[in-house]
Design a protein around this ligand. Sequence first.
Ligand code: FMN
Length: 124
Amino acid sequence: MKRITYISRISHPLSIKEIEAIGNISSQNNLQVNITGLLVYFEKLFFQIIEGEDKEVDQLFKKIGKDPRHRDILRLKTEYEVRERLFPTWSMKTINLDHNVDELLRPVEKNNSLFGHSILLRNK
Ligand SMILES: Cc1cc2nc3c(=O)[nH]c(=O)nc-3n(C[C@H](O)[C@H](O)[C@H](O)COP(=O)(O)O)c2cc1C
């Protein structure tokens, strides 16, 4: 198997719904070809990890590369001969950090003051 990690920049503003739609379509498609991974959106950037059989990963990366919704794709890492998946149960977990920050921080805020810095993060 193979794993590719890249970042890219959006070509034009994308709504929360449009980012969700990319995640949903990706997840459906990836299930068919046994690709797993993670897609993070943050301040006009995408960060994605895709993993699966070599051929499928290469084909998908090519397709993603032609998607006009983003540009300046920078491949950060290619891992070959991958034996184990990092995200075996995520056909494409999509996290919009611009939108879900409060939700993601809730578990750490609730518990104790050790994580008090998360309050600062929220107010940045
Ligand atoms: C940042 C980004 C990540 C994407 N990731 C995937 C992906 O993991 N799997 C996928 O099938 N399509 C992904 N896409 C969408 C593809 O570029 C393409 O639009 C889609 O696969 C076309 O689906 P269709 O062939 O069913 O029309 C991504 C698009 C963007 C902009």
